[in-house]
Design a protein around this ligand. Structure first.
Ligand code: MGD
Ligand code: MGD
Ligand code: MO
Length: 842
């Protein structure tokens, strides 16, 4: 959180608290004020006040519930750095985009899997009873398995869902569908798709999700911290589990050390980040997508000025000799010198040398983000960052080396000595009913290629040393994720989607994925069911009960019950539940941790006491820890997980794959779209960042009306752009603008700011796709989904990861009549049809 938002946070919280207490009904909105039992309760009983301690991806909180209605949210007192987003969580339950009932798309109800799929996205739906929706679901599973086998059924696509060890929506889906039959699954993720494939070859581990060196040690030992394309202060607001936000205390201490001149912090970023605003330090403004040239030039300087650690290179790495000819330009005649890099990255050669010398002058901690590997050739950035760190020789020392996960999951906080809970499992050990052949197709696909797969069945691509032949996908199930926000090139996606016969979406918000589905099932939010979760991610600070805050709205059901009832239709209910109720499962999960705790010498109260009385157990802090320390101390006994056990500057395994776009050592590859004079910049001059939102978790909270009003500009998602770029286009702060390229067009609200360098603009990912004409490829998005503009290509043959961050656009002031935003109001319900008369052929 920046100081700016922290200050605003307090006053906004007070303001909201006062407002909600007095006008709960008007704030929440009449039609949504009718949770099933709450209204009845309020008619009969006197005012009932409860305070419920619970948690979310945004942190823990106490919910004030009056007469069955959640009216106020107070951050958990143990969270010293709560995010403002916590105030928007309540709205997730009440906002107008709630999925209220099971819904079936009009033409699918009429014609089943033979429906006119070009109508998908027109948002016309019919309400059906739960039993009918689940019957359709089951019959479609049967049909697809019998007719095509598992490769036609895509059910492995998961996402950010909600916290809770039991109600993991994606796990529920995979467990239930897996009991019915095998299916097509995915490999990798959108977050770190390139880094998680290349880094195991280079550094022996994924590196991205792992704990980092404890902050107290970094603060004590680092002389220089280089934050490379990362914004921890923005991104640590959320966590995969309930975050405790404890690292913010260290960022405050870092800010103090920067003020006193004790640590130098350098940001390599085209944008002044939230971290820079809070911590201070200096920015190296480089042209987007040119980080690898800058890193090569740092390596070139370290080598030619003999500032690199020869002993470290000799003792802990392999392949420097094979990389050196490339660095020096022996074969291609191009030395990767600061002068060479300066032309690409726009950073003057002298400044590059100064940076290299600063990094070599003492202990240097490099903090690398993930946006840079969400690009074409994103593997090269991750690999080259390790090479620079190896040349500096500080890997495995406190306050030195590289780390790729500092902005994620409370990283750098001390890990407690407490036990870890295991969750509900996606596999059961019970054989599926259908276990057909994949018929020569791959049983999995690299996740970010899934639309390419739908579009091009039978095509063979290379991935990480394997050939992947795309199957003919007929049916897809999404639960706890939102592909119509997270996937790139929306218009390509809309076209490809027409090839699918049946799409099922389980969610509690009427997202664009619901619009483009055939059967939509309403799930409860975390706050309408009981669950349990870890408090603190890497810190593992304790265990938190997540008791139900309010009763389920409308006809929402828990994912557990949805899939249990689906399993009942093929006689696998018992296998799904293992004979346990939800509460049995929660107790079982807790007791697993309790038992583990005994082994660790950590005593936990019995479940009843935990659940009924405290709802929270806290674990005591652990010992400071240094990443890669054991490897540094004993490289023979504690080798890395690479082929050689050493850091691989040259990797034979990758070289032997023979890919032209990812070779045996890190290299600079020109991008197919790059701003600042790069390819495509004549037509579309602006680099489009679609980094992670300051005010949301992806698309989650975008449908929270009040919260959206705190950051939207002219009702649209903000697009941030530089003053000069705005001026030359006649754009002023607050204008509605059209952002466009050959792939599509969106409206957005202009925020003119010199925090962004010229030629760089940003729309945060997760802005809801809001088509002017639903289902029509190329139509204007009325709210500002950046994935209308991004390109859908693999990073390289190695990882086939998303290249969302390689996109160019232009912006113009929008002069037409500004249409209303279309995305947040749920389906257009068609009522003049008898839902019990589907002409479909089951
Ligand atoms: N352009 C661009 N695109 C990107 C990125 C980028 O940087 N730029 N980043 C990528 C990255 S790193 C990621 S991780 C993805 C994230 O992509 P997603 O994981 O798809 O994003 P979310 O918005 O979190 O979607 C979660 C969905 O689950 C629903 N949900 C929440 N709780 C429950 C529940 O209990 N049950 C059910 N059934 N549903 C629930 C929410 O309402 C929401 O619709 O986006 C990717 N897309
Ligand atoms: N608030 C919030 N926090 C989140 C999330 C969220 O949705 N909201 N999502 C979480 C998830 S799932 C993930 S995967 C992580 C994502 O973590 P990251 O991918 O690391 O985060 P981003 O915010 O996309 O981008 C980080 C920084 O990269 C910079 N950048 C962009 N292009 C370039 C470039 O060409 N060169 C350089 N040097 N820098 C560049 C941006 O300006 C930004 O400061 O965040 C997590 N944290
Ligand atoms: Mo992510």
């Amino acid at each position: 959180m920046s100081t700016e938002t922290m200050n605003q946070g307090v006053s906004r919280r007070r303001f909201l608290a006062g407002m909600i207490a007095t006008t709960a009904a008007s704030v929440i909105g009449g039609s949504l004020l009718a949770p099933r039992n709450a209204l009845a309760a309020s008619e009969m009983k006197p005012i009932m006040d409860r305070h419920v301690l619970s948690g979310s991806h945004w942190g823990a909180f106490r919910a004030k519930v009056v007469n069955g209605i959640w009216v106020e949210t107070v951050p958990f007192e143990k969270d010293k750095h709560p995010t403002d987003m916590i105030q928007a969580v309540r709205e997730v339950v009440y906002n107008p985009a709630r999925v209220k009932y099971p819904m079936v798309r009009l033409d699918w109800l009429k014609h089943g899997f033979r429906s006119d799929t070009s109508q998908r996205g027109d948002n016309r739906f019919v309400r059906v009873p739960w039993s009918q929706a689940l019957d359709f679901f089951y019959h479609e599973l049967e049909r697809v398995q019998n007719e095509y086998g598992p490769s036609a059924l895509y059910a492995g696509h998961t996402g950010w869902q909600s916290v809770g060890k039991l109600h993991s929506a994606g796990t529920m889906m995979m467990r239930a569908i897996g009991l019915h039959g095998t299916y097509l699954s995915k490999a990798g993720d959108y977050s770190t798709g390139a880094a998680q494939v290349v880094l195991p070859y280079v550094a022996g581990a994924m590196e991205v999700y792992e704990q980092q060196t404890s902050w107290p040690l970094v603060l004590e030992h680092a002389k220089t911290i280089v934050i490379w394309g990362s914004d921890p202060v923005k991104n640590l607001q959320v966590g995969w589990l309930v975050p405790d936000h404890s690292p913010y205390a260290y960022y405050e201490q870092l800010a103090e050390k920067v003020r006193r001149g004790e640590i130098k912090v350098i940001y390599v970023d085209p944008v002044v980040s939230e971290t820079q605003k809070m911590v201070g330090g200096t920015q190296i403004k480089l042209n987007p997508q040119t980080d690898v040239p800058l890193m090569l030039a740092i390596a070139h300087t370290l080598y030619t000025e003999q500032r690199y650690d020869k002993d470290f290179i000799a003792d802990y790495t392999t392949g420097f000799d094979k990389f050196l000819p490339y660095l020096l330009g022996v074969n291609d005649g191009i030395a990767k010198s600061p002068e060479w890099a300066a032309q690409l990255c726009g950073v003057p050669a002298d400044e590059i040398r100064k940076l290299a010398r600063q990094m070599a002058s003492g202990r240097t901690q490099i903090i690398g983000g993930w946006c840079l590997q969400r690009m074409q050739h994103g593997e090269q950035y991750a690999w080259m960052l390790v090479v620079v760190a190896a040349m500096l020789g500080h890997i495995g020392l406190p306050g030195g080396g590289f780390g790729f996960g500092w902005h994620y999951n409370d990283a750098g906080a001390m890990t407690s000595t407490g036990p870890l809970m295991s969750g509900f499992s996606g596999v059961t050990g019970v054989n599926p009913i259908h276990n057909g052949s994949y018929r020569g197709y791959s049983p999995y696909i690299p996740v970010a290629r899934f639309v390419d797969c739908i579009e091009n069945p039978g095509k063979t691509i290379q991935w990480n040393g394997h050939d992947i032949t795309y199957p003919l996908m007929k049916m897809a199930i999404f639960c706890g994720n939102n592909p119509f926000h997270h996937h790139q090139d929306r218009n390509k996606m809309i076209n490809a989607w027409q090839k699918l016969e049946t799409v099922i979406c389980v969610d509690h918000q009427w997202t664009a994925t619901c619009r483009f589905a055939d059967i939509v099932l309403p799930a409860t939010t975390t706050h309408e069911r009981d669950d349990i979760e870890q408090y603190g991610n890497h810190s593992n600070a304790g265990i938190l009960a997540l008791p139900k805050v309010v009763e389920p709205m409308f006809e929402a059901k828990d994912d557990f019950d949805i899939f249990r009832e689906l399993c009942r239709r093929f006689d696998r209910e018992e296998a799904f539940t293992e004979g346990k109720s939800q509460m049995d499962w929660i107790e079982h999960i807790y007791n697993g941790a309790r038992l583990q705790g005994r082994g660790l010498g950590v005593r936990l109260p019995n479940f009843k006491k935990f659940w009924d009385e405290t709802g929270f157990v806290e674990f005591s802090g652990g010992q400071p820890w240094v990443r890669h320390e054991s490897f540094r101390k004993e490289p023979d006994l504690e080798p890395l997980g690479t082929a050689s056990g050493l850091i691989e500057i040259y990797c034979k395994t990758i070289a032997d794959m023979g890919y032209d776009d990812c070779q045996g050592h890190p290299m600079w590859f020109e991008k197919n779209e790059r701003s600042h004079g790069g390819p495509g910049s004549q037509a579309y001059p602006l680099n489009l960042q679609s980094t992670h939102p300051k005010h949301r978790l992806h698309s989650q909270l975008c449908s929270s009306t009040e919260h959206r009003a705190t950051y939207a500009v002219a009702d649209r998602e903000p697009v941030y752009l530089n003053t000069q770029d705005a001026k030359s286009r006649g754009i002023r702060n607050g204008d509605v603008v059209r952002v466009f390229n050959d792939r599509g067009q969106v409206l957005a609200g202009a925020v003119v700011t010199d925090d962004f360098m010229p030629g760089v603009c940003r729309i945060h990912e997760g802005a809801w796709y809001s088509p002017l004409e639903g289902g029509k490829p190329g139509t204007l998005c009325t709210y500002g989904d950046p994935n209308v503009l991004t390109q859908d290509i693999g990073s390289s043959r190695l990882a086939q990861a998303t290249s969302a961050a390689s996109a160019l656009v232009d912006i113009e002031k929008y002069t037409g009549a500004v249409p209303a935003v279309t995305g947040f109001h749920g389906p257009s319900e068609v009522t003049d049809i008898n839902p019990l008369f589907p002409a479909m052929d089951l």
